[in-house]
Structures are given as structure tokens and as C-alpha cells.
Design a protein around this ligand. Sequence first.
Ligand SMILES: C[S@@+](CC[C@H](N)C(=O)[O-])C[C@H]1O[C@@H](n2cnc3c(N)ncnc32)[C@H](O)[C@@H]1O
Length: 462
Amino acid sequence: MAVKGLCGSVDEFLKHCEQSGDAAYSAFRSLLERLEDPTTRTQARIFLSDLQKRFDAKEANEQCLQTYHFRIHDIYIEQYEGYQKRKKLTMMVIPSIFIPEDWSFTFYEGLNRHPDSIFNDKTVAELGCGNGWISIAIAEKWSPLKVYGLDINPRAVKVSWINLYLNALDDNGQPIYDGENKTLLDRVEFHESDLLAYCKDHHIELERIVGCIPQILNPNPDAMSKMISENASEEFLHSLSNYCALQGFVEDQFGLGLIARAVEEGIAVIKPMGIMIFNMGGRPGQGVCKRLFERRGLRVNKLWQTKILQASDTDISALVEIEKNSPHRFEFFMGLAGDQPICARTAWAYGKAGGRISHALSVYSCQLRQPNQVKRIFEFLKNGFHEINNSLDLSFEDDSVADEKIPFLAYLASVLKENSFFPYEPPAGSTRFRSLIAGFMKAYHHVPLTANVRKQLIKCCI
Ligand SMILES: C[S@@+](CC[C@H](N)C(=O)[O-])C[C@H]1O[C@@H](n2cnc3c(N)ncnc32)[C@H](O)[C@@H]1O
């Protein structure tokens, strides 16, 4: 089957892809242009089916990734049942983006632990959408109003769009309508975005934010300062899946700086009763993970927890360095069965000697405790109060203490925002307080006092 203006036949297309990962990406980018154009969409979608059929068998599918630098296959996810009880999604990947594995499947499992209605009719953002499968699965399963799948890797965004067309149209290129007469194309959009930048810039108010984003500092800090463009090296683009840069938050020391920034950006754009759900690797220890949310005025609920093997291509030497310079100990386990935690240094050595290490993986859901007040506090702190931000602690065991302290801080933030000076009372004391005393003396003791000293003196002289 030929796609006009593309690479002709499937064979020609494959020949092009075989040259390199970059060549395969550029071939798929042209195919995406055909999918976006309503006049060529049907043919382009049929072409994708033909490509997939060519590598139907499992081994052929693996081979395809090695030889042609892409893979299209059906994924069957436990807990997945989309519109009309569809049980699978068809998804493509390329080597320069994150290839879904245990991390993502655990995250999806956690999303499923929430009551069914949490995404229905809601505006949702997925941070770090990778090849887009979670955004698409949410849209198919829960009929949200809109899902914005966001990723900093430009190639991930393009692949996500292709995956959207793959699942919104059938093998004959015809749209699949759901019960509300909508297709996935009405419900999902993908955009290149550093965390929530796209939503902030477009004034999109969100009701749900979900995210599975990197939680390990790049062992090579300079690597992260490179320009992120679709022409960057495949290796660099892929490294965005696992590693992040320093973000200027106290949580950086545990590799959780990117999550900390995501939570603070989330506080700014989420509706007051909104819910955020994050996938958290348990390497820094459960206490540290929970605290990241609680100290920012959020209530946390652990939806799901399991243990997963550390990906063998993830370098944890940055965590070993942190342990050298601080008393903190990360939490790993030997294999999946081990139940005694080992630190990053031991885990690193064990890994080098050929052992597999694992760590906990939890899915946390969180909601603002006193939404408007907490939003006001963070809105204020955004303007350069870096140190205060890093030492801020809005976690209170006792609700009544939270009810007193959070509104006070919010009030303080709003007063400080209005005034360019620190408010103070005149030397003679607070006029309002003096008026109250004078009123009390007059009412209960018939002493004719006023708040103002000068008026009092004049009265006496007369
Ligand atoms: C662990 S992968 C998860 C991908 C996908 N959600 C899945 O489960 O298959 C993390 C993703 O976060 C993206 N990412 C890294 N830093 C980001 C940032 N600052 N803003 C948005 N996305 C980011 C990476 O490009 C990568 O696709």
C-alpha cells in the first residue's frame, strides 16, 4: 500500500527507517503530517495497519525495533477496558523516547485504584506522557472532557499524536465514536511542554494532574543544560526519560526536585478541589516522599505500592554521591524478594557485581488542604522567597492547628503582597485597640475616654 508523497510502499518506508533512528523518526513525522490532513488521513492510517501486520509475531516485533528503529504493537493491560470493552491499545515507540515498562504499568494500576468517576468529564493533564499511552487509556476508559498529554521530549509528543490516530481510527482508517459520539481525537491533545508550562501559558485550569516523571539526578549535570530539540541526539532525548536536572528545591538532594516543581506548578493551575496523582520511586524512603506533598499543604493518600526492579540502564551513582555527603540513606532491596533495605552505595556495588536491585514504587494521590489559602501562599512565595519556600512546612498533625496557621500565613502573604513595607502600628499603639478600650471604659464604667490623647486633653482644658 502506497502513501502518496511519503515513502511509497511499506518496503520503501522500511528501507528508509533502516538507515538510522533519526531517519525512522523523520519518516514517521511525514506520516503524521498525512494523518493530520483530513484528505490523506484514512490512507495514512491504513498504511500504519499494513506496517503493523508486517511484524505481527512477537519476535518479529522485537526485531523491528532493532532493525527499523520503531515498533508498533498491541498492548494488553490488566485493569484496562475501554469503550465497548476494548481490551487493548495499539502503540508505537521509537528508541529516543521512553519505552513503557514496569514504572508506567504500576502507575496505571495506581490510577485505577481511585473511584471510577475521578476523570469522568474532567480536564486532565498528564506530565511526562512519553508515547502517550496513559493519556489515551484515561480518555478511552473514563471519558474525560479533555486530556492534555505533555512531554519535554519533542519526539515523544509526535509519537503520542501518531498513537492517538492509531487508536482513534480503526484499521480501515474510519473514526471510532464513543457513547457521546466523540472520538479520542476530541478528548486528547499532546503538546511539548516543560511540566505544566503549556497549561500556564494557555490559562487552562485543570481538575486532575497525573505524572510519572524522572526522579534521578543526571550523573552528568552538564548534560541537562543542552538545548532540547527534536534534532538533539537520540541518546540525550532518551536520557530525559530517567534523569532530571537540579531544580533549586530542597528535595533535589533526594532526586525529587522535578516532582517538587511539578507539585508547585500544579498548586498554581489546579482548581481548588483538584486532585494530583504522582508515581514515586521509593528510593529516598517513604517518609521523604510523603513529606514532599505534606509540607506544601497537601493531604496525601497512598493509592498503590509495589516493588520493581531498578532499570539496568539507570545509573544511581548520583545517589551514592549524596550519601557520601549527607547522613541520608536511600532505600533499595536485593532482588524483588529482599525485604531488608540496603543503601545506594551497597545497591550500586551489588548491581556492578551482576545482582539485580529493586525499590518500592508508590502512587500517591493528593489534594490541597485549604485550597485557596495554600494557593495564595505559593503565589506570594513565587516572587523570590526561595529560602522561605525551601523551609516552609505546612504539614500539621492536628487539623485545628492547620486551620489556624494556614489562614494566618495566607493573610500575611496577601498583606505583604499589597504593601511594599512591613506594616507597623504608630508609636502610641494601635488606634483600633485604643478605641476598643475607650469603648469598654465608656460602656461599663462610664468613664468618658476617647482613643485620641489630644482630644482628651482639649476636653479636660474646657
Ligand atoms: C518515566 S517516563 C514516563 C512516560 C509515560 N508516562 C509512560 O508511563 O510510559 C518520563 C517522561 O517524562 C518526560 N519528562 C522529563 N522531564 C520532563 C519535564 N521537565 N517536563 C515534561 N516531561 C518531562 C520524559 O521525556 C519521559 O517521557
